[in-house]
Structures are given as structure tokens and as C-alpha cells.
Write a protein that binds this ligand. Structure first.
Ligand SMILES: Cc1cc2nc3c(=O)[nH]c(=O)nc-3n(C[C@H](O)[C@H](O)[C@H](O)COP(=O)(O)OP(=O)(O)OC[C@H]3O[C@@H](n4cnc5c(N)ncnc54)[C@H](O)[C@@H]3O)c2cc1C
Length: 688
């Protein structure tokens, strides 16, 4: 009855339905902004939002696309079969449900059907096809791309080996050119040369991009990409000379058959080498690439895409945590006034709302990085590689920081759900185990921050040599060349667009500039003491990591504050200001030690920032459910009993547990063999 009355009340939240838990409906009716308007901003306009929903409805209307029962109760073999079945449905229905030219629609449709724990086409779509696009020459593309897109084969991307992932120069798989037969001989000379980890290699793929040391005319030219068939197209058995298998269960992504692969002098034609960049002529002559970094562009693309993916995972976890926190009541704030919703505790808000703000930041950053990737790759393809260094630096920093903060943020959301957060029914453990993989794949995070540090080292050398912003063609780092004000203006208005936050942004820029120069000065001092640059770099690597993080903080905060320009609706603008305020001042708290270190910020300004965070938490509180609703994640996408849109958590937790195969029968078939026997024997032996 209460829920019907509440549901009938006018509200700016479009997610209210009859029979919802009244506690969650009561939150939704309080919305001070139009959730549809915010969803439109998040998804790039009302048309895209509408398409998302049409696709979700299409999936809902096809019960065969559902899991027969929760995958949490399935063995690994069952998971692989279930997801292979669904991948086939995805492809059979793709043209009916989506615009096949739209990556975004394809990804949404696919993830609605397959879920997030992996699927057999994951690496084909996100790595193998981009690797072909960036490394195959026109003739090779004509031969392979149409077949790849129409999925006449499934390909993976095999780079990592048992012994090496990060250090590509030491990969041991060899591809030796034989000019007599005009073939490559692929070989795995040692155990550590075994390819290990490639997604979908274990059981699903029949082709692969493989990175191997290219040896021709007796000389090793380093790791290069090749595209080869690895399984028979009919029998699906490994081709003679290739050993393949699954690497076993992992921390997460267990619906993905990450695999291993060994070659025993396996021969492929000369044109198996991807020849857009470097080439080998029929006589074995090596022709180097025009730009040594061109081959890595597929990796930059994936790193940018990972940032957007992290936004999805952070939004999923924040949605679950926040929705659950308004239906969970525990303890009193005012004695005798009754138990409160746990979201009313300031500590609960402090745990959850910053994760929500970061979900927004990573969404914007992912879009920003992919837009920049597309623009710069067009320039690169017409011969201009000037901006490639900026792109690489930005993608490396964003990927490292977004994956790390997402992993920590999801854990905060799980803690915030108490005991039920620990149950797989919450959905959060799976989100965590999937997201945290992002800290390692596509470039281990620490290593990426050190790569970004190399870029910063060049900028520091330019800064100390007296160059000004106009002389350096790097828009991303232009602020490094400007001088800092004497003192941070946090707490005093700055007259600029988004003036309230400009003082914080300039403060972050100051820290980035200072930490870059500090790391550089340390490096120079160490070099001056007579040790090699490499050893010196290692001795100040933690300082460079700090500089890289500070640099990425600037990029993220600038991108995040840009969201305000997109808000035309007054209510939406106000709530986004609360989110941006929380985001930037929470970052001030996180970076407080670095801000205070040189006196640029004083203690009263840190206190001011803290108060801004508390004020933002209180302002966001009434809109919290409506904010997460604006991410428009369906129950299917959340896959969480705690995060259900209707808030009917407890009865569904019970149903979920009852679906466990353990509960099929009251007595387990082996009970009497062991525990029953133990108790019976003990009774018999007892003299009592
Ligand atoms: C879920 C998942 C999916 C994957 N999918 C694929 C795939 O599809 N295809 C594929 O080829 N690979 C894949 N990988 C492998 C992945 O790319 C590598 O694991 C990753 O690049 C890290 O390399 P590594 O394992 O050698 O780590 P290591 O480099 O051994 O890292 C171990 C530690 O050493 C540190 N370290 C290493 N080098 C340096 C350095 N130079 N300076 C400072 N510290 C250093 C790291 O920071 C880290 O702390 C996947 C991995 C995972 C977890």
C-alpha cells in the first residue's frame, strides 16, 4: 500500500515502479534532478540512451539468452559451455538487435548476454581485430579482416609467456625465416617460452596473433607480430607442431579459457608476419618500421577502452552498495528514534559516494581517451606521429590509476554491504575479481606508471633547459611549463570557467609540476654521484611513480570538471556540481601529504577541503539512489541480489540460497559416510 502511494507521487526519477520496496521508492521520490537528463549525459545523448534500453529489452524478450540458474553454482566446464551457447546467440541476434557498425552497441548487447566473467570472443573482439587493423598491411587486411569480422574464425592475442610478460624484449618464442622455402619456423625453445595467459587460447580460438622474436639472415630484430592458424578448422584439434591447453582456474574471469601454447618448429608462410609496419622481403631482408612505436597502437587502444570498462565496474559496485544501503536498516542515530537506513551514517556515505564520483570520472576519461586515440591514429596513419607520445602517456596513466582505484573502490562497496557483501549473491565479488585483473593485463600498472615517467623525464629536461609552453608540442603537458602561483587558492574563488574548482585544479597542476621536477632533480643528483642512469632511475623510481600519479590526477580532474559544461538542465547541473566537488576535494584529502609538503597548501586549506567533502556527502545523500539509477544499469547487468532495482533484497536472498544444488536434498549423499559415521561411532564408544 505504502509503495503504491509512493509510486504514484510525481518524481523526477523515472525508475519507480509499483511493488518496489517502499524504502527505495521513498529515496527516488526525493530526486532533485531529472534522471533521464543525467542518463542522457552519461550515455552521449537521448538516442544512445534509448538504444541501450531497446537492446536491453531485446535481451529480456529472449529467455533463451538467460542463464538456466545462477552461474555462481556452476562448475568451470558448465560456465564455459553456458557462455559459448550465449556467445552463439549473441552473434545470431546481433544484426537484429544492434547496429553492427557500432562498437558501443555491440559491447552492450554482448555484455548483457554473456555477463562480465569472460566469453569466448573477448580477445577476438577487443585485441585480435585491433591488432590486425594496426599491424596488417592492406593485402593482409583484405584476406583476414572480413573473415575476422564475420567470425569465420576466432582469434586471440598471444604475447605473454611463462617467463616474461612485461619485458617484451626477452620473449623467447622465435620466428626464424627460412628463405629457401620462404617460411617462418615458430619455436618454443624452453619451458619459460611457453605462451601463457592469452584469453580464449585454451579451448576456443583457432587463430592467433602471436608475438615472437623475429630472426632473419642470422640476426634477431626483436618481438614482432605474426598471424597464424593454430587449430584445424573442422576438427578444432591443435595443428601438428602446436600444443595447446587451458591454464586452469583463476582469481576471476573463469568463463574465459586463458590458455598455454608451445610450438615445435611449426612452419607458416612468409606473409604470416604482419607487415604494415616492419617487413621481411622474400630474400630475408628486414625492412624496419617508419616509427618504432607504431606496432604498439593496439595496446594503446585497449588501455583506453579499459578505462571505460572500469567506469562500468565502479558504477555497478556503487549502485549495489547504495541501493542496498537504503533498504538495510541497522542501529539508531538518535536513541529511541528507530533503526536508520545504513546510508544515513556519514561513514557509509564516505565509503560509497567517492566511488560513485569516480565512476563518473572514469566514464568521461574513457570517452576522452578513445576520442583522442581515434584523432591521433588518423594523424599517425597519414604520417604524423607527433602526438603519439601524448596519447601513450595519457592512456598509460589513466589505465593504471583507473584500474587501481576501481579495484580499491569496489572493495569499499563490498565492505559497505557488511556480511551480505561477502556472499556471491551480492555480485560484488565477481565484479571485483574481474576488475582487479585490469591492474595486471594490458601492461602491469606499476610498469605503466614508470613508462609515463619516461615521458615526464623528457618534459622535465625541457623545463629545466628553459623551454616555454609555446616551444613544446605537447598540449597534454603544457601546464608543466607554466609557473605556479605562490600559494594554492583552495578556499578562495578563482575567476575562471568552473571557478570554484579551478583553484583545486591549479593546485594539482602545481603538485604534478613539483613532483616531476623533484624526481628529475633526484635523478640528476644520483647520476652526478657516478652511477649509471639506469641504476639512478631505479633508485628514484618511487618518486617517478608519485610524479606519474600526480600527472594523471590532473588529467582526470580536468576531464571530470568538464562534465559541468554538458549539463544544460539546472537540477542536473547542481547535482553534478556536488559530484565534482566531492571528486576533487576527496582527491585533495588523498593527496594531502604531497600538497602540504612544500607549504603550497596549508593545514586550514586541507581542513576546508575536508569540510567540502562532508558538505558534498550531505548534499548527495538525498539524490544518491537517483544518481546510481542514472547509470541505467539493468538488473541483468548488475547480476546482484543486493542491488536489485526494486530493493526487494531479503526474500530474493533466500530464493538465491535455495537455488543452490547443495539444497536440492536435506541430506547430502555422503553425510552418513563421514560426519554421520563419526557421530554414530562416538555415541557407540561413549560410556555416557
Ligand atoms: C586476467 C588476465 C588476462 C590476460 N590476458 C592476456 C592475453 O590475452 N594475452 C597475453 O598475451 N597476455 C595476457 N595476460 C598477461 C598479462 O598481460 C601479463 O601478466 C602482464 O603484462 C604482466 O606481466 P607479468 O605477468 O610478466 O608480470 P611481471 O612483469 O612479472 O610483474 C611482477 C611484478 O614485477 C614488477 N616489475 C616487472 N617489471 C618491472 C620493471 N621494469 N620495473 C619495475 N617493476 C617491474 C611489476 O610491477 C610487478 O609488481 C593476462 C593476464 C591476466 C591477469
Amino acid at each position: 500500500m505504502i509503495s503504491e502511494v509512493l509510486a504514484a507521487m510525481p518524481s523526477r526519477n523515472s525508475h519507480i515502479r509499483p511493488n518496489d520496496n517502499p524504502d527505495i521508492t521513498a529515496e527516488r521520490v526525493k530526486a532533485t534532478f531529472d534522471t533521464e537528463a543525467l542518463s542522457s549525459i552519461i550515455y552521449g545523448g537521448p538516442e544512445k540512451l534509448n538504444r541501450r534500453r531497446e537492446i536491453a529489452k531485446y535481451v529480456d524478450d529472449h529467455p533463451e539468452m538467460k542463464d538456466p540458474y545462477p552461474t555462481d553454482f556452476m562448475t568451470r566446464e558448465m560456465k564455459l559451455e553456458n557462455v559459448a551457447r550465449k556467445a552463439l546467440l549473441w552473434m545470431e541476434h546481433a544484426e537484429l538487435a544492434t547496429d553492427v557498425g557500432s562498437q558501443e552497441e555491440g559491447f552492450h548487447f554482448g555484455s548483457l548476454i554473456t555477463g562480465i566473467d569472460g566469453h569466448p570472443l573477448a580477445i577476438h573482439l577487443i585485441m585480435a581485430i585491433p591488432a590486425l587493423l594496426n599491424n596488417a598491411d592492406d593485402e593482409q587486411l583484405d584476406e583476414w579482416l572480413p573473415k575476422a569480422i564475420s567470425r569465420q574464425f576466432i582469434a586471440t592475442y598471444a604475447q605473454t609467456e611463462l617467463g616474461h610478460g612485461t619485458n617484451l624484449s626477452q620473449l623467447e618464442t622465435t620466428a626464424t625465416y627460412d628463405p629457401k622455402t620462404q617460411e617462418w619456423v615458430l619455436n618454443t625453445p624452453t619451458i619459460t617460452a611457453t605462451k601463457w595467459w592469452p584469453g580464449n587460447l585454451g579451448k576456443s580460438s583457432n587463430y592467433t596473433v602471436v608475438m615472437a622474436q623475429l630472426i632473419t639472415n642470422g640476426k634477431n630484430y626483436g618481438a614482432h607480430p605474426f598471424f597464424i592458424q593454430i587449430r584445424d578448422e573442422k576438427s578444432h584439434r591443435p595443428l601438428p607442431g602446436i600444443t595447446l591447453g587451458d591454464i586452469g582456474p583463476k582469481f576471476g574471469m573463469n568463463a574465459n579459457d586463458n590458455g598455454f601454447m608451445q610450438f615445435d618448429h611449426f612452419r607458416v608462410k612468409r606473409r604470416a608476419m604482419l607487415m604494415k609496419n616492419a617487413k621481411v622481403l622474400p630474400d630475408g631482408t628486414y625492412v624496419p618500421p617508419k616509427h618504432p612505436k607504431l606496432g604498439y597502437s593496439a595496446m594503446i587502444f585497449v588501455r583506453s577502452a579499459v578505462v571505460g570498462l572500469m567506469s562500468l565496474h565502479m558504477a555497478q559496485a556503487a549502485t549495489i552498495g547504495i541501493r542496498y544501503s537504503v533498504v538495510r536498516r541497522q542501529g539508531e542515530i538518535t536513541p529511541g528514534a528507530g533503526e536508520v537506513k545504513i546510508l544515513d551514517y556519514q561513514t557509509q556515505q564516505y565509503r560509497l559516494f567517492p566511488q560513485l564520483a569516480r565512476a563518473f570520472a572514469f566514464r568521461l576519461a574513457g570517452v576522452h581517451a578513445l576520442t583522442m586515440y581515434n584523432t591521433i591514429m588518423k594523424q599517425v596513419n597519414s604520417g604524423n606521429t607527433d602526438a603519439l607520445a601524448d596519447l601513450h602517456a595519457l592512456a598509460s596513466g589513466l589505465k593504471a590509476v583507473a584500474t587501481y582505484q576501481t579495484a580499491l573502490g569496489i572493495e569499499q562497496c563490498r565492505f559497505a554491504c557488511g556480511g551480505h557483501g561477502y556472499s556471491l549473491a551480492s555480485g560484488i565479488p565477481q565484479i571485483y575479481t574481474v576488475a582487479v585483473g585490469g591492474c595486471t593485463y594490458e601492461g602491469e600498472n606499476m610498469v605503466l606508471l614508470l613508462q609515463l615517467a619516461r615521458y615526464l623525464r623528457k618534459r622535465a629536461a625541457e623545463m629545466t633547459s628553459g623551454k616555454g609552453p609555446a616551444e613544446v608540442p605537447t598540449p597534454l603537458a603544457a601546464y608543466l611549463f607554466q609557473s605556479s602561483p605562490k600559494h594554492s587558492s583552495i578556499g578562495t574563488p578563482v575567476y575562471a570557467p568552473n571557478g570554484e574548482f579551478e583553484g583545486v585544479l591549479q593546485t594539482f597542476e602545481h603538485v604534478s609540476r613539483r613532483l616531476t621536477l623533484t624526481a628529475y632533480a633526484k635523478l640528476q643528483k644520483l647520476e652526478g654521484s657516478g652511477i649509471s642512469t639506469e641504476i639512478a632511475l631505479n633508485q628514484c623510481a618511487v618518486e617517478w611513480r608519485r610524479a606519474s600519479h600526480a600527472f594523471t590526477r590532473v588529467a582526470l580532474a580536468r576531464i571530470m570538471s568538464g562534465i559541468l559544461e554538458q549539463a544544460t538542465d539546472q537540477g542536473v547541473r547542481e547535482v553534478l556540481e556536488d559530484i565534482v566537488r566531492l571528486y576533487v576535494y576527496y582527491e585533495v584529502g588523498e593527496a594531502a601529504a604531497e600538497l602540504l609538503e612544500d607549504g603550497f597548501v596549508d593545514a586550514s586549506q586541507v581542513e576546508f577541503a575536508r569540510q567540502q567533502v562532508y558538505d558534498a556527502l550531505a548534499k548527495i545523500r538525498p539524490n544518491a539512489v537517483s544518481l546510481v539509477d542514472s547509470f541505467d544499469l539493468s538488473d541483468r547487468e548488475l547480476n546482484s541480489v543486493l542491488g536489485r532495482r526494486d530493493g526487494n533484497v531479503y526474500e530474493n536472498l533466500l530464493k538465491w540460497a535455495q537455488a543452490s544444488p547443495l539444497n536440492k536434498d536435506d541430506v547430502l549423499p555422503f553425510h552418513h559416510r563421514y560426519l554421520g559415521k563419526m557421530m554414530t561411532d562416538a555415541k557407540k564408544a561413549s560410556k555416557l
